[in-house]
Write a protein that binds this ligand. Structure first.
Ligand code: NAD
Length: 720
């Protein structure tokens, strides 16, 4: 049997062994797209019909790994089909994978690199799996709002037991070779260079009758080996746990458990039909569409950034000015990802604190087994603390992260510029000051741009790279490249007050202030917005950001956009600021904070706050304001400002806006970003709703872009 396709190539080895290689031509990785699946069906048919074939080795021809899973680009089109059509499609894939499982000869999959999703589902339909020590496998489908739909929920529990399968499928994590072997997902683990040889050896044993591959198959074709009591125990407790862990906004993990349960009393074919039915239902949920769109958005911004970085200069050594919260975080992140960094401060104590913070983060990584003590020591050698500019000549890029004060920053930037090479790039981590203005005092403003990180630097994926009026393409591209090297997602933003993220966050806070002025209890607003999906409601978020920081940011925005961001009334943020209730940082804000046993701040209701906010209420209309009104009043100003950012060409695409909000603000992922959410609600409905809030001012006035999209029945994602 010989086959030479676009995705599969098959050749015969000695003794009737067919070697089937998966190697998609013209692609860097193997993924299952429709042509690959069609080719697999063809190859499986040919293998079945060939009497010469006595055993099959399935292996990848790509150095990077086995299969990364299904091609996610095809998901949205697939999931938009009517349910029956989707079920039909899934059943056609089941037919191919089951035919592979039903060959009357044994089969072995050799796994190296990554084998996830559909790749693992195919692998579990073969008799045995051999895995390289360095490989990682898993079923990440629930992260996209679906669950394994090519037999994963049927084969995995039959292979390793329902409890482990539930853990793997609902968790969506990648697993090591050691763990996979222990649970029996794979049958052997070997060094990567021995993989093919070991897989062929295992196959020879099965072909020679020294391994009972048919008995193993019988287990996979039968109902789950659980009696009714065991079954109830496993599935009921899992449903309670998984339902509680993921909540109603992420239905896929619970649906996966329910589907495994429904299929558990049936043989393979009936169970596969059940999986197809349940999958088709969950695939059509709005959460799935949002999560898949986010995934594609992430790929889109990643590709944009990589392309841009190619035209920049690689940053081999970096510097950071200021060893505070942000400077310390930037130094840690740079060093941890391999770029050595000089950290300068004017205060020796601050330097020691910055280093201590980096050590603490690294020690945590060691504790979690993500880094060795040696690795930690090596990373620390990449951070060079200093009080002088002596070390700055050799540096390619410096991030300024000193105190947020325009005068101080201008002085510091001019000083550092005089110590740098003429081609070095200078970037400011300012949150609110105009990059164009900061660049004015420099002798090489073209080498200057913004590099806005989010707090905490090690955890927040976004970096806004801000292009000032005089920033050169090279400065922007080099900074984007450095952000990528630090493991971040950079998005290029043109200079404006608040850049992208703070520009759209402040209207959200102003909407909160206006609800409080209308007598709505801030705790109710928090609860409604947390139920909507925000990780924390606006009052809690203000406490975390710091009401002092928010107050200053609001002042800047009010100056920048007085038509809509200069509030007429005294606001809740104003009062908190005046009373020095700065939030978590000093233990009192909208809430009071106590330190819990683990040393984290715990929020509590502060009985004083109601009386503090009462004088702000213009007229208490809270009884007429529904929870949906709260959501609309909070979300509309944010959506409208996002649209303004597109109209003003601050950001180029709706996808970048949404990824900025997801990665910089913690926008609820299951709703996509703000612009995706607007499309899901419908722009016509939103514009109608905005009309009812007209008296609240310009923050609620839809943009021309929104109105024209609404009129055309389009969304921000289908602009043209
Ligand atoms: P911070 O007060 O924790 O740290 C500032 C550090 O700068 C201090 O260690 C101070 O000693 C040092 N410094 C002051 N003048 C200096 C000089 N001339 N040379 C060298 N060091 C000097 O402040 P932070 O929160 O780390 O903020 C730093 C910058 O990052 C600000 O521009 C801020 O707006 C921005 N930012 C902060 C956050 C946040 O959440 N904290 C988020 C994004 C951006």
């Amino acid at each position: 049997m010989r086959f030479e396709g676009q995705s599969f190539q098959c050749s015969m080895l000695e003794g009737g062994v067919a070697e089937l290689r998966l190697d998609l031509k013209g692609e860097s990785v193997n993924k299952f797209d429709n042509p690959t699946l069609a080719e697999l069906a063809e190859v499986v048919g040919l293998l079945k019909a060939d009497p010469e074939v006595k055993g099959l080795l399935l292996i990848s021809g790509k150095e990077v790994g086995f299969v990364v899973g299904a091609d996610i680009n095809m998901f949205l089109g697939l999931f938009r089909q009517p349910e029956e059509q989707l079920i039909e499609y899934l059943m056609s894939v089941h037919k191919v994978f089951s035919a592979m499982e039903d060959f009357d000869f044994p089969t072995v999959t050799a796994i190296h690199g990554f084998a996830v999703g559909g790749g693992m589902e195919l692998a579990t339909s073969t008799s045995y799996r051999v895995m390289a020590t360095t490989a990682r496998i898993g079923f990440p489908e629930t992260k996209l709002g679906i669950f394994p739909g090519w037999g994963g929920t049927v084969r995995l529990p039959r292979l390793i037991g329902a409890d482990h399968a539930i853990e793997w499928i609902t968790g969506g994590d990648h697993h090591s070779a050691e763990e996979s072997l222990k649970l029996g997902v794979v049958d052997a683990v070997v060094a990567p260079e021995k993989l093919r040889e070991a897989a062929l050896d295992l196959l020879a044993q099965a072909m020679a009758g020294r391994r009972d591959w048919k008995a193993r198959r019988r287990v996979k074709l039968s109902p789950l080996a659980l009696n009714p009591v065991e079954s109830r125990m496993v599935f009921e407790s899992s449903k309670a746990f998984v339902g509680g862990k993921f909540g109603p906004n992420y239905p896929a993990p619970l649906a996966a458990v329910a589907s495994m349960e429904r299929g558990s009393t049936h043989g393979r074919d009936e169970a596969l039909a059940i999986e197809a039915e349940d999958f088709a239902r969950v695939a059509k949920s709005p959460t799935t569409f949002a999560l898949v769109t986010n995934f594609l958005g992430d790929q889109f911004v990643g590709k944009l950034a990589k392309k841009l970085a190619k035209s920049g200069t690689r940053v081999k050594s970096a510097g950071v000015l200021g060893a505070g919260i942000m400077g310390g975080g930037i130094a840690h992140q740079s060093a941890a990802k391999g770029t050595p960094i000089v950290m300068k401060d004017i205060d020796e104590k601050a330097l020691a604190l910055g280093l201590a913070e980096a050590s603490k983060l690294l020690a945590k990584a060691v504790e979690r087994g993500k880094m060795t003590p040696m690795g930690m020591a090596e990373v620390l050698t990449r951070i060079r603390p200093t009080l002088s500019f002596g070390d700055f000549q050799g540096i390619d890029l410096v991030v300024e992260a000193v105190t947020e004060n325009e005068k101080v920053k201008k002085l510091v930037l001019a000083e550092v510029e005089s110590h740098l090479r003429a081609d070095a790039i200078l970037a400011s981590n300012t949150s609110t000051i105009s990059i164009t203005r900061l660049g004015e005092g420099l002798s090489r403003p073209e080498n200057f741009c913004g590099m806005h990180f989010f707090n905490p630097v090690n955890r927040m994926p976004l970096v806004e790279v801000i292009r000032g009026r005089r920033s050169s393409d090279l400065a922007v591209a080099t900074t984007v490249g450095y952000a990528l090297a630090m493991g971040k997602t950079p998005i290029v933003v043109n200079d404006c007050p608040g850049f992208l993220v703070n520009r759209v966050l402040i209207p959200f806070f102003l909407a909160f202030d206006s609800l409080v002025n209308d007598g709505v209890d801030f705790k109710r607003i928090d609860k409604v917005m947390e139920t909507f999906g925000w990780p924390m409601g606006p009052a809690y978020l203000l406490d975390v950001v710091g009401t002092d920081t928010a107050y200053h940011a609001i002042q800047v925005m009010a100056q920048g956009f007085p038509d809509r961001m200069a509030a007429a009334d005294k606001s809740a943020v104003d009062v908190m600021y005046e009373l020095k209730r700065f939030g978590q940082k000093n233990g009192k804000g909208f809430y009071a904070y106590v330190t819990d046993k683990k040393g984290f701040p715990k929020k509590e209701v502060d009985p004083e706050v109601a009386a503090i906010l009462k004088p702000l209420v213009r007229q208490d209309t809270s009884a007429t304001i529904s929870d949906q009104d709260i959501i609309d009043r909070m979300m509309l100003p944010m959506i409208i400002e996002c649209s303004r950012c597109l109209e003003d060409q601050i950001v180029t695409t709706a996808v970048e806006v949404d990824m900025g909000l997801l990665y910089g603000l913690g926008f609820p992922t299951f709703r996509g970003g703000a612009l995706y959410y607007a499309g899901a609600v419908g722009l016509q409905a939103l514009c109608r709703k905005a009309e009812t809030f007209r008296s609240l001012g310009k923050l609620y006035e839809p943009t021309a872009q929104m109105l024209s999209l609404a009129q055309a029945g389009r969304t921000f994602y289908e602009e043209k």
